[in-house]
Design a protein around this ligand. Sequence first.
Ligand SMILES: *Cc1c(COP(=O)(O)O)cnc(C)c1O
Ligand SMILES: [Zn+2]
Length: 500
Amino acid sequence: MRLEHFPYEIQSHLIPQTSGRYIYRCSACGQGFGIERLLYTCPDCQSVLMLEDEDWNRLKSTPGSRWREIFDYRAMLTIPAIKGIYRYHELIGAVIPLDAIICLGEGHTPVIAANSRLRDWLGIPFFFKNDGQNPSASFKDRGMASAFSYLNLLIKHAGLKDVLAICASTGDTSASAALYASYLVDGVKSAVLLPHGKVTPQQLGQPLGSGARVIEIPGVFDDCMKVVEHLSEHYAVALMNSKNAWRILGQESYSYEIAQAFDYDVSDLVIVVPIGNAGNITAVMQGFLKLHDLQIITGLPTILGVQSEHANPVYLYYLEPDPTRRSYRPVTVRPSVAQAAMIGNPVSMPRVMHLVERYRELGGESAVQVIQVSEQEIMDAMLTANRNGHIACTQGGECLAGLARALGEDRIRKNQAGILDATAHAMKFSVFQEKYFCNTFEPEYEVIPSKELQNSPYLIKLPRHVPNPGTGQALGASEFKQFVDYTASAIAELLDLKSR
Ligand SMILES: *Cc1c(COP(=O)(O)O)cnc(C)c1O
Ligand SMILES: [Zn+2]
């Protein structure tokens, strides 16, 4: 819709203008640093940074009701730069001019209600938010759109040249970084570091297809992360991991979309997210806190973080209820079907600690919870979801398993509804479905397939006397009829079809 067709009083608010004063804020010592250069950790205490708008309070002069209108009306504009996450420009990229924004169709992913069978199985209504429907088929595109738009700003307006965008990845970060890098014309190359044999063939194919330099390293993600950190400290590279605070900013869009999808009434929702490097849960908490601060929402939803028993450092940390006695210890991971979250030492842990404290101050102790689930529960939940019309990856299954456990432990009220992050598309993780269906899980995974959830193709075998079109030789008309008759009746018998 054209600008002049919107109600007059909203028109001047609809097209985002650059505003604000962004700085990097150290999540440990609190010092601020300018954003003119790429910075990933505090130069003084080496902790991770968050982006902060020093002029944030200007946004409070616009009432929450007006912000809601702005976001709702903006959905009808046709300007490409704000078709994605930058519908919420003032909250996540106020300093970025529209001409620097890269949008490849990320964000605004569907929220799909569970059908009655699945709802009854769980006990409360719930929805999957299908972040697998992003361009590289995972939620990582939200943060990547933000990080690359900022990089593009530095290239276009600050003379940054010959950028090498680099990241370590459990698979999806590299797919996303390589995709966005390949779109930029002005001198951005990308290189991705992957743990050898620890990403799925689909995830390996993605950065290769985007033309990135793909480097495989022995070990697990945590080892790759150490190497990429070393590189970013000693060489001129742009680090695209969620250590890069711009990534977090873009991922906040997930919370804004949920708020908008539920008409800004989110108090009775439980937002369920898998935790790996903990960038996503950081962004989700931060997003709702910002909405609350601007009175765009009046109550905070509950946040439920989920980890596998095979990679559970955040769960173990919050197991201790007394904050003064908690101590954070990285864990050594074991093989997990939630491979994208198979991380023993989450980079965003200091951000999480800081935000959980703030979130609980406002929403109460139970407003943020962390739960762990078994590998078996993850697989069974994913397959059950996908047999009911969803496209959840293993991490989406982890969310469903986590919500089921939380309900079993009475941590969730029966009047709440769940929003589950299907963080990637099921197809990226089809190797785990295959292991389940073919009963080929290595023992370390501790997954025993259940007959009811297994599935396999049925091959029609032709007896010798039936003509076979699969031999490469064309069949004559009557031979072909014989083949069709035989095959059709075999299928009718198999499916127990009634004749009409
Ligand atoms: C990256 C990723 C996660 C984990 O997110 P963090 O921000 O690292 O906690 C979960 N699921 C999928 C599909 C991912 O790609
Ligand atoms: Zn610091």
